[in-house]
Ligand binder design. Structure first.
Ligand code: BGC
Ligand code: BGC
Length: 605
């Protein structure tokens, strides 16, 4: 035993037999496997290695694919076709067609292209931006999650892409983690309940008997369950940190989403940047190969995260036999895909990577490509031709519904909410008219927050939604970011919260909102209260934070999470209909415990 531990690194020993065996999504298919055999038989070593490398579109031209037969492309959080600028749908389609044609002319095996459409096709101007996963966890409805996934898939496919790096199945146990909002919540049962639906929404249902079955047909994309495993359990919520738990707890807490995702047929899984008991997941043969592939029967692509292989001992961005030997099938080669390509070829020649391991990786990649129908699909723009325009009205209506169902009412003194719509409403606060802020990280750019309202055509800010709702009922709305209203309002809606952030930059040492905010929101609320105005707070946040003073200074307090592009969904919840009826009662529930003091992290058991 001691020997095994030393050889595999700390914590590397696993007991695969204690892990579940999920129902197989797709039966083994001898015809498909024979097709893979035939393809493999005519591929050169370079062509095989090429399949295992995914490079960033900002770093690869279609011409490169003639010489470098890459298997896949990705658009990183700040990447677009041609570089880093934001480009419209037709530019994505033209790029997708060019890469597709180049790969056909090169290796003859079409390339696939993925992106982080984690709450909509969030690098595309004009896309529908859905609430982040934490909000969908608050709504807690698998059917809603399925419909959102389907709409996201349609918007991604409409730009010619094949793949989204979602859903995130992290079970966020510590809100200090800057990716808590990418998680459905801290309860493994909740994540398990939504995981399969999220996969089905993106890929389509696998069951052959479902009428109108459309598994991976046009308008659907390949999904990725990420990040395997334990990403939400790192000590102190440190991103890319270490999850220290016994194997049973790792399985029961952080593994909860994987069996339902596998049963729903998820075709790719992304390895986590994090470690388990000191051993980095990217090199964890026990968890990647023995548990996920052999025990749980995962037969698709195990994808690395953004240069995640480079953190393993002895590895660099351009060299890492250890990751492939541990079970990684495809590298997300962020910064040195050429070096990694050449090094991997050499490593197979020297035997550092067994030829059979490479063969298995390529088999998995081809299996997913064949299941996706890639060899039969026409050019990406032709596949996309019949799909709705991103930002279509039906998608926006769905996002607005998701917003309504995710809002959580934390305080409502004197039943102030919902307000009669015919009032004079004052609207204030830094989040009142800022679509970038209400959308959070992974929106237009990686960390979010740079997108001004004009970069969200077709979207509605929270103020915009309030103004429409109030106008419909004969009231009026005045926006005064500094709280100085020209006309004294009957009630004030104050919109404030966290500025956008994403992985790493979003980690916090504690959960005290007032401290990060330097007391600004509280001072704003106090000033409104001093004028004797009733105050409704709308709090924008990717996670539970201690807001005791802000709660105390508000008459009503609504958690809006990160609602995305459809701010009107917030107004839907704040106002009565013109006839006084309540169309949408609050039904959202906390998907993570709400802290009682700034430095407390309470985890529901
Ligand atoms: C994140 C992944 C993401 C990838 C590509 C990484 O930093 O951890 O979730 O899919 O970048 O943008
Ligand atoms: C992210 C990428 C992002 C990049 C920016 C990475 O860690 O995962 O998506 O584009 O950083 O430098």
């Amino acid at each position: 035993m001691a020997l095994v531990l030393t050889a595999g690194g700390a914590g590397a020993a696993v007991r695969p037999d204690i892990w579940p065996v999920p129902a197989r999504a797709l039966a083994a298919d001898p015809v498909l496997e024979a097709r893979i055999d035939a393809l493999l038989a005519r591929m050169t070593l370079e062509e095989k290695v090429g399949q295992t490398i995914m490079a960033d579109v900002a770093e690869v031209t279609p011409d490169d694919l003639a010489r470098w037969p890459l298997g896949a492309l990705f658009a990183g959080g700040n990447s677009s076709p041609g570089g880093t600028g934001l480009v419209p749908r037709d530019r994505w389609l033209a790029a997708a067609d060019a890469y597709h044609a180049a790969s056909l002319a090169g290796s003859g095996i079409p390339v696939i292209w993925g992106t982080d459409a984690v709450h909509g096709h969030n690098r595309l101007i004009g896309a529908t931006v859905f609430p982040h996963n934490i909000a969908l966890g608050a709504a807690g409805d698998p059917d809603l999650v399925r419909r959102v996934g389907r709409a996201i898939a349609a918007e991604v496919a409409a730009t010619g892409l094949d793949w989204s790096f979602g859903p995130t199945l992290a079970v966020a146990r510590d809100a200090r983690w800057g990716r808590a909002y990418e998680s459905f919540g801290s309860d493994p049962a909740l994540v398990a309940r939504l995981a399969g639906a999220a996969v089905e929404g993106l890929q389509g249902p696998v069951e052959p008997h479902v009428p109108g079955r459309d598994f991976l047909k046009d308008g659907r994309v390949i999904a990725t369950a990420k990040h395997f495993i334990g990403d939400g359990g790192t000590t102190k919520g440190i991103d890319r940190g270490d999850t220290q738990l016994p194997e049973v707890a790792l399985r029961d807490i952080h593994g909860a989403g994987y069996p339902p995702a596998l049963t729903a047929g998820v075709q790719t899984v992304m390895a986590s940047f994090s470690s388990w008991n000191g051993a980095a997941l990217h090199g964890h043969h026990g968890l990647l190969t023995r548990v996920l592939k052999q025990r749980m029967g995962f037969d698709g692509i195990l994808l690395g995260d953004w240069d995640g292989h480079a953190a393993l001992p002895g590895c660099t961005p351009g060299s890492c036999p250890a990751a492939m030997n541990a079970g990684l099938d495809m590298f997300m080669a962020a910064t040195d895909w050429r070096g990694l390509f050449q090094d991997t070829v050499r490593r197979v020649q020297t035997g550092d990577i067994p030829a059979a391991r490479l063969e298995d990786a390529v088999r998995r990649i081809l299996r997913v490509k064949i299941r996706y129908g890639l060899f039969e699909k026409p050019a990406p723009s032709l596949r996309a031709a019949g799909l709705p325009e991103p930002g279509a009205a039906a998608h926006r209506a769905l996002a607005r519904e998701a917003v309504r169902r995710s809002l959580v009412l934390l305080k409502n003194a004197g039943d102030l909410l919902p307000l009669p719509a015919g009032l004079r409403v004052g609207v204030t606060g830094p989040g009142a008219d800022d679509i970038g802020m209400q959308s959070g990280g992974w929106t237009l750019d990686w960390q979010g927050g740079t997108g001004r309202n004009h970069l969200f055509p077709g979207a509605t800010s929270i103020f915009g939604g309030i103004a429409q709702a109030v106008a419909r009922a004969g009231g009026s709305a005045e926006l005064a970011p500094d709280g100085r209203f020209a006309t004294r309002p009957d009630v004030v809606i104050a919109v404030f919260g966290e500025p956008p952030y994403a992985e790493m930059a979003g980690d916090r040492p504690d959960l005290d909102f007032g401290r990060h905010d330097q007391g600004r929101s509280r001072a704003m609320l106090d000033a409104l209260k001093a004028q004797g105005l009733p105050v409704v707070s709308v709090f924008l946040s990717g996670r539970p934070l201690f807001v005791g003073p802000e709660l105390a200074a508000s008459d009503a307090f609504v958690l809006a999470w990160l609602p995305g592009s459809e701010g009107a969904g917030v107004a839907d919840m704040l106002f009565r209909a013109a006839d006084g009826t309540v169309a949408h009662p609050f039904t959202g529930r906390l998907p993570m415990a709400w802290p009682e003091a700034g430095d407390t992290v309470r985890i529901p058991e």
